[in-house]
Design a protein around this ligand. Structure first.
Ligand SMILES: [Zn+2]
Ligand SMILES: [Zn+2]
Length: 337
Protein backbone atom coordinates (compact mmCIF):
# COMPACT_ATOMS: atom_id res chain seq x y z
CA UNK A 1 0.00 0.00 0.00
CA UNK A 2 1.25 3.45 -0.89
CA UNK A 3 1.56 5.61 2.20
CA UNK A 4 1.03 9.31 1.61
CA UNK A 5 3.39 11.95 3.07
CA UNK A 6 0.61 13.95 4.69
CA UNK A 7 -2.44 13.14 6.74
CA UNK A 8 -5.40 14.88 8.35
CA UNK A 9 -5.61 15.07 12.12
CA UNK A 10 -7.66 16.92 14.72
CA UNK A 11 -5.08 18.71 16.84
CA UNK A 12 -5.26 20.14 20.35
CA UNK A 13 -2.97 23.16 20.36
CA UNK A 14 -3.99 24.42 23.76
CA UNK A 15 -6.40 23.01 26.37
CA UNK A 16 -9.82 24.60 26.19
CA UNK A 17 -9.54 25.57 22.51
CA UNK A 18 -11.46 23.53 19.90
CA UNK A 19 -9.44 20.89 18.07
CA UNK A 20 -8.13 22.14 14.73
CA UNK A 21 -8.38 20.12 11.53
CA UNK A 22 -4.74 20.12 10.40
CA UNK A 23 -2.53 18.61 7.73
CA UNK A 24 0.54 16.94 9.26
CA UNK A 25 3.34 14.69 8.11
CA UNK A 26 2.54 10.98 8.47
CA UNK A 27 4.66 9.86 11.46
CA UNK A 28 7.59 7.49 11.07
CA UNK A 29 7.65 4.34 13.23
CA UNK A 30 10.57 4.04 15.70
CA UNK A 31 12.19 0.60 16.18
CA UNK A 32 9.41 -0.89 18.35
CA UNK A 33 6.57 0.98 16.65
CA UNK A 34 4.01 0.07 14.08
CA UNK A 35 2.59 2.60 11.65
CA UNK A 36 -1.19 2.24 11.67
CA UNK A 37 -3.77 3.41 9.18
CA UNK A 38 -6.55 4.34 11.59
CA UNK A 39 -10.01 2.89 10.95
CA UNK A 40 -11.77 4.14 14.08
CA UNK A 41 -10.97 5.90 17.31
CA UNK A 42 -13.26 5.99 20.32
CA UNK A 43 -13.92 9.23 22.19
CA UNK A 44 -13.35 8.70 25.90
CA UNK A 45 -14.17 10.92 28.85
CA UNK A 46 -10.43 11.12 29.53
CA UNK A 47 -10.09 12.94 26.19
CA UNK A 48 -12.48 15.52 27.56
CA UNK A 49 -10.39 15.88 30.74
CA UNK A 50 -7.23 16.43 28.63
CA UNK A 51 -9.13 18.81 26.35
CA UNK A 52 -10.34 20.82 29.37
CA UNK A 53 -6.83 21.00 30.90
CA UNK A 54 -7.82 18.92 33.93
CA UNK A 55 -4.84 16.56 33.51
CA UNK A 56 -1.32 17.97 33.97
CA UNK A 57 1.39 18.30 31.33
CA UNK A 58 -0.07 16.90 28.12
CA UNK A 59 2.19 16.76 25.07
CA UNK A 60 1.33 19.89 23.05
CA UNK A 61 0.33 20.18 20.31
CA UNK A 62 -1.44 16.85 20.77
CA UNK A 63 -3.52 14.38 18.82
CA UNK A 64 -6.08 12.98 21.28
CA UNK A 65 -7.54 9.48 21.21
CA UNK A 66 -6.63 6.21 22.88
CA UNK A 67 -9.21 3.72 21.63
CA UNK A 68 -7.68 3.13 18.22
CA UNK A 69 -8.45 0.36 15.77
CA UNK A 70 -6.59 0.23 12.49
CA UNK A 71 -4.43 -1.70 10.08
CA UNK A 72 -0.67 -2.05 10.33
CA UNK A 73 0.90 -0.48 7.24
CA UNK A 74 4.50 -0.25 8.40
CA UNK A 75 6.71 -1.79 11.10
CA UNK A 76 9.83 -0.60 12.92
CA UNK A 77 13.05 -2.58 12.73
CA UNK A 78 12.54 -4.34 16.09
CA UNK A 79 8.89 -5.36 15.63
CA UNK A 80 8.46 -9.13 15.57
CA UNK A 81 4.93 -9.85 16.75
CA UNK A 82 2.89 -8.37 13.94
CA UNK A 83 3.09 -7.51 10.28
CA UNK A 84 1.61 -5.34 7.59
CA UNK A 85 -2.08 -6.01 7.10
CA UNK A 86 -2.84 -7.01 10.71
CA UNK A 87 -5.79 -5.35 12.41
CA UNK A 88 -4.62 -3.96 15.71
CA UNK A 89 -5.94 -2.04 18.72
CA UNK A 90 -4.08 0.68 20.61
CA UNK A 91 -5.05 1.44 24.23
CA UNK A 92 -4.25 4.23 26.72
CA UNK A 93 -1.07 2.61 28.10
CA UNK A 94 1.47 3.34 25.38
CA UNK A 95 4.82 2.54 26.97
CA UNK A 96 6.37 1.48 30.29
CA UNK A 97 10.03 1.40 31.30
CA UNK A 98 10.11 -2.16 32.62
CA UNK A 99 12.66 -1.29 35.29
CA UNK A 100 11.19 1.19 37.81
CA UNK A 101 10.01 -0.14 41.17
CA UNK A 102 6.39 -0.32 39.99
CA UNK A 103 7.26 -2.22 36.82
CA UNK A 104 9.50 -4.52 38.90
CA UNK A 105 6.60 -5.45 41.17
CA UNK A 106 4.14 -6.11 38.37
CA UNK A 107 2.32 -2.77 38.56
CA UNK A 108 3.17 -1.45 35.13
CA UNK A 109 -0.02 0.63 35.19
CA UNK A 110 1.77 2.82 37.77
CA UNK A 111 5.11 3.02 35.90
CA UNK A 112 7.03 6.19 36.66
CA UNK A 113 8.04 6.64 33.05
CA UNK A 114 4.86 5.50 31.35
CA UNK A 115 3.62 7.16 28.18
CA UNK A 116 -0.07 7.40 27.45
CA UNK A 117 -1.67 7.37 24.03
CA UNK A 118 -3.45 10.60 23.18
CA UNK A 119 -1.98 12.36 26.25
CA UNK A 120 1.80 12.16 26.43
CA UNK A 121 2.14 10.65 22.96
CA UNK A 122 -0.02 11.29 19.92
CA UNK A 123 -3.20 9.29 19.55
CA UNK A 124 -5.82 8.32 17.04
CA UNK A 125 -7.84 11.39 16.02
CA UNK A 126 -5.85 11.16 12.77
CA UNK A 127 -5.61 9.17 9.57
CA UNK A 128 -2.35 7.55 10.67
CA UNK A 129 -0.62 7.00 13.98
CA UNK A 130 2.39 5.19 15.38
CA UNK A 131 2.23 3.01 18.48
CA UNK A 132 4.69 0.82 20.37
CA UNK A 133 3.68 -2.64 19.21
CA UNK A 134 4.42 -4.22 22.61
CA UNK A 135 1.41 -2.34 24.06
CA UNK A 136 -0.99 -3.05 21.19
CA UNK A 137 -3.52 -5.87 20.98
CA UNK A 138 -5.35 -7.89 18.41
CA UNK A 139 -9.03 -7.12 18.56
CA UNK A 140 -11.54 -9.98 18.40
CA UNK A 141 -12.50 -10.67 14.78
CA UNK A 142 -16.21 -10.79 15.61
CA UNK A 143 -16.31 -7.02 16.25
CA UNK A 144 -16.40 -4.38 13.54
CA UNK A 145 -13.85 -1.59 13.96
CA UNK A 146 -16.61 0.74 15.18
CA UNK A 147 -17.63 -1.81 17.80
CA UNK A 148 -14.07 -2.67 18.78
CA UNK A 149 -12.89 0.89 19.52
CA UNK A 150 -14.76 1.31 22.84
CA UNK A 151 -13.42 -2.04 24.04
CA UNK A 152 -9.95 -0.50 24.17
CA UNK A 153 -10.53 1.88 27.07
CA UNK A 154 -14.14 1.80 28.21
CA UNK A 155 -13.78 -1.98 28.12
CA UNK A 156 -10.23 -2.39 29.44
CA UNK A 157 -10.29 0.15 32.25
CA UNK A 158 -13.88 -0.75 32.98
CA UNK A 159 -12.74 -4.33 33.35
CA UNK A 160 -9.91 -3.40 35.71
CA UNK A 161 -12.46 -1.50 37.84
CA UNK A 162 -14.75 -4.54 37.76
CA UNK A 163 -11.88 -6.81 38.83
CA UNK A 164 -11.01 -4.45 41.72
CA UNK A 165 -14.63 -4.55 42.93
CA UNK A 166 -13.88 -8.11 44.06
CA UNK A 167 -14.55 -11.64 42.88
CA UNK A 168 -17.25 -12.57 45.37
CA UNK A 169 -19.62 -9.79 44.45
CA UNK A 170 -23.20 -10.86 43.75
CA UNK A 171 -24.79 -7.38 43.67
CA UNK A 172 -22.78 -4.75 41.80
CA UNK A 173 -23.73 -1.08 41.63
CA UNK A 174 -22.57 1.03 38.66
CA UNK A 175 -22.77 4.83 38.95
CA UNK A 176 -22.71 6.67 35.62
CA UNK A 177 -24.04 4.56 32.80
CA UNK A 178 -22.01 5.40 29.70
CA UNK A 179 -19.52 3.58 27.51
CA UNK A 180 -17.62 1.66 30.23
CA UNK A 181 -20.74 0.79 32.22
CA UNK A 182 -22.66 -0.68 29.29
CA UNK A 183 -19.82 -3.10 28.51
CA UNK A 184 -19.03 -4.08 32.09
CA UNK A 185 -22.72 -4.58 32.93
CA UNK A 186 -22.82 -7.25 30.21
CA UNK A 187 -19.66 -8.93 31.52
CA UNK A 188 -21.07 -8.89 35.07
CA UNK A 189 -24.46 -10.22 33.96
CA UNK A 190 -22.78 -13.03 32.01
CA UNK A 191 -21.03 -14.02 35.26
CA UNK A 192 -24.38 -14.22 37.03
CA UNK A 193 -24.01 -10.96 38.96
CA UNK A 194 -26.95 -8.64 39.53
CA UNK A 195 -26.18 -5.14 38.21
CA UNK A 196 -27.79 -2.05 39.75
CA UNK A 197 -27.42 0.97 37.48
CA UNK A 198 -27.45 4.55 38.75
CA UNK A 199 -27.90 7.45 36.35
CA UNK A 200 -28.30 11.20 36.60
CA UNK A 201 -31.63 12.04 38.22
CA UNK A 202 -34.36 11.96 35.58
CA UNK A 203 -32.33 10.15 32.92
CA UNK A 204 -35.14 7.73 32.05
CA UNK A 205 -33.54 6.91 28.70
CA UNK A 206 -30.23 5.99 30.37
CA UNK A 207 -32.09 3.79 32.85
CA UNK A 208 -33.94 1.99 30.05
CA UNK A 209 -30.61 1.48 28.25
CA UNK A 210 -29.08 0.00 31.41
CA UNK A 211 -31.93 -2.51 31.71
CA UNK A 212 -31.50 -3.41 28.03
CA UNK A 213 -27.88 -4.41 28.59
CA UNK A 214 -28.63 -6.54 31.62
CA UNK A 215 -29.15 -4.37 34.72
CA UNK A 216 -31.74 -5.89 37.09
CA UNK A 217 -32.53 -2.44 38.48
CA UNK A 218 -31.92 1.10 37.29
CA UNK A 219 -32.63 4.35 39.06
CA UNK A 220 -31.49 7.79 40.13
CA UNK A 221 -28.08 8.16 41.76
CA UNK A 222 -29.85 9.93 44.65
CA UNK A 223 -32.00 6.92 45.48
CA UNK A 224 -31.07 3.80 47.41
CA UNK A 225 -31.13 0.46 45.59
CA UNK A 226 -33.74 -2.08 46.72
CA UNK A 227 -30.91 -4.25 48.19
CA UNK A 228 -27.56 -3.34 49.73
CA UNK A 229 -24.76 -3.62 47.15
CA UNK A 230 -21.74 -5.89 47.67
CA UNK A 231 -19.59 -3.42 45.71
CA UNK A 232 -19.95 -0.38 43.49
CA UNK A 233 -18.03 1.20 40.62
CA UNK A 234 -18.25 4.94 39.96
CA UNK A 235 -17.60 5.84 36.32
CA UNK A 236 -19.12 9.33 36.44
CA UNK A 237 -16.56 12.05 37.33
CA UNK A 238 -18.71 13.29 40.20
CA UNK A 239 -17.20 13.24 43.70
CA UNK A 240 -20.60 13.52 45.42
CA UNK A 241 -21.37 10.01 44.20
CA UNK A 242 -18.76 8.53 46.53
CA UNK A 243 -20.67 9.02 49.81
CA UNK A 244 -23.85 7.95 47.96
CA UNK A 245 -22.19 4.74 46.79
CA UNK A 246 -20.78 4.02 50.26
CA UNK A 247 -24.24 4.47 51.75
CA UNK A 248 -25.61 1.89 49.30
CA UNK A 249 -22.77 -0.60 49.88
CA UNK A 250 -22.87 -3.37 52.45
CA UNK A 251 -20.27 -4.14 55.15
CA UNK A 252 -16.92 -5.21 53.73
CA UNK A 253 -17.77 -3.89 50.28
CA UNK A 254 -15.51 -1.92 47.94
CA UNK A 255 -16.32 1.28 46.10
CA UNK A 256 -14.08 1.68 43.04
CA UNK A 257 -13.54 5.05 41.37
CA UNK A 258 -12.92 4.14 37.74
CA UNK A 259 -12.13 7.57 36.29
CA UNK A 260 -8.89 9.51 35.94
CA UNK A 261 -10.46 12.72 37.22
CA UNK A 262 -13.30 13.48 39.60
CA UNK A 263 -14.75 16.61 41.13
CA UNK A 264 -13.99 17.04 44.84
CA UNK A 265 -15.45 14.49 47.20
CA UNK A 266 -17.64 16.11 49.88
CA UNK A 267 -16.91 15.21 53.50
CA UNK A 268 -19.00 12.40 54.90
CA UNK A 269 -19.53 10.75 58.29
CA UNK A 270 -17.06 8.00 59.19
CA UNK A 271 -19.91 5.55 59.75
CA UNK A 272 -20.30 5.30 55.94
CA UNK A 273 -16.79 3.87 55.70
CA UNK A 274 -16.89 1.91 58.98
CA UNK A 275 -17.30 -1.90 58.91
CA UNK A 276 -14.44 -2.45 56.54
CA UNK A 277 -15.83 -0.72 53.52
CA UNK A 278 -13.01 0.14 51.12
CA UNK A 279 -12.66 3.09 48.76
CA UNK A 280 -10.12 2.82 45.98
CA UNK A 281 -9.24 4.28 42.61
CA UNK A 282 -8.09 2.53 39.47
CA UNK A 283 -5.25 4.02 37.45
CA UNK A 284 -4.60 3.13 33.82
CA UNK A 285 -4.46 -0.50 32.78
CA UNK A 286 -1.95 -3.29 32.57
CA UNK A 287 -1.41 -5.51 29.58
CA UNK A 288 -2.75 -8.43 31.61
CA UNK A 289 -6.06 -6.58 32.07
CA UNK A 290 -6.22 -6.07 28.31
CA UNK A 291 -5.53 -9.70 27.47
CA UNK A 292 -8.08 -10.94 30.01
CA UNK A 293 -10.77 -8.52 28.89
CA UNK A 294 -10.29 -9.09 25.16
CA UNK A 295 -10.47 -12.86 25.72
CA UNK A 296 -13.75 -12.37 27.57
CA UNK A 297 -15.03 -10.03 24.84
CA UNK A 298 -14.24 -12.65 22.21
CA UNK A 299 -16.24 -15.24 24.18
CA UNK A 300 -19.27 -13.18 25.24
CA UNK A 301 -20.61 -11.30 22.24
CA UNK A 302 -20.86 -7.88 23.90
CA UNK A 303 -23.43 -5.59 22.38
CA UNK A 304 -21.54 -2.35 21.72
CA UNK A 305 -23.64 0.77 21.47
CA UNK A 306 -21.62 3.25 19.41
CA UNK A 307 -22.50 6.49 17.68
CA UNK A 308 -20.25 7.22 14.71
CA UNK A 309 -18.88 10.70 13.97
CA UNK A 310 -16.57 11.72 11.10
CA UNK A 311 -13.04 12.80 12.10
CA UNK A 312 -13.82 16.46 11.35
CA UNK A 313 -16.59 16.34 13.96
CA UNK A 314 -14.36 15.36 16.89
CA UNK A 315 -15.27 18.61 18.68
CA UNK A 316 -18.98 17.80 18.32
CA UNK A 317 -18.37 14.26 19.61
CA UNK A 318 -16.57 15.64 22.70
CA UNK A 319 -19.40 18.09 23.35
CA UNK A 320 -22.03 15.36 22.97
CA UNK A 321 -20.14 13.35 25.58
CA UNK A 322 -19.93 16.36 27.87
CA UNK A 323 -23.68 17.00 27.61
CA UNK A 324 -24.45 13.36 28.39
CA UNK A 325 -26.23 13.21 25.03
CA UNK A 326 -24.91 9.74 24.15
CA UNK A 327 -26.10 6.30 25.08
CA UNK A 328 -23.00 4.15 24.84
CA UNK A 329 -19.84 5.41 23.14
CA UNK A 330 -18.89 8.00 20.53
CA UNK A 331 -16.55 6.67 17.86
CA UNK A 332 -14.73 8.61 15.13
CA UNK A 333 -14.88 6.75 11.85
CA UNK A 334 -11.71 7.72 10.02
CA UNK A 335 -10.66 5.15 7.42
CA UNK A 336 -11.80 1.91 5.83
CA UNK A 337 -11.56 -1.35 7.74
ZN1 LIG B 1 8.31 1.54 34.92
ZN1 LIG C 1 -10.16 6.27 28.05
Amino acid sequence: MKIPDKMHAMVLEEPGKPLLLSELAVPQPAANDVLIKVSTCGVCRTDLHVFDGELPNPKLPLILGHEIVGTVVGVGTAVKACRTGDRIGVPWLGYTCGTCRYCARDQENLCEHALFTGYTRDGGYAEYTVADQRYCFRVPASYTSVEAAPLLCAGLIGYRSFRMAGRHVARLGIYGFGAAAHLIAQVAAAQGKAVYAFTKPGDIEGQAFARQVGAVWAGDSRTMPPEQLDAAIIFAPVGALLPAALRATDKGGTVVCGGIHMSDIPSFPYRLLWEERVVRSVANLSRTDAEEFLTIAARIPLKVEARPFPLEQANEALEALRRGALTGAAVLVIGDD
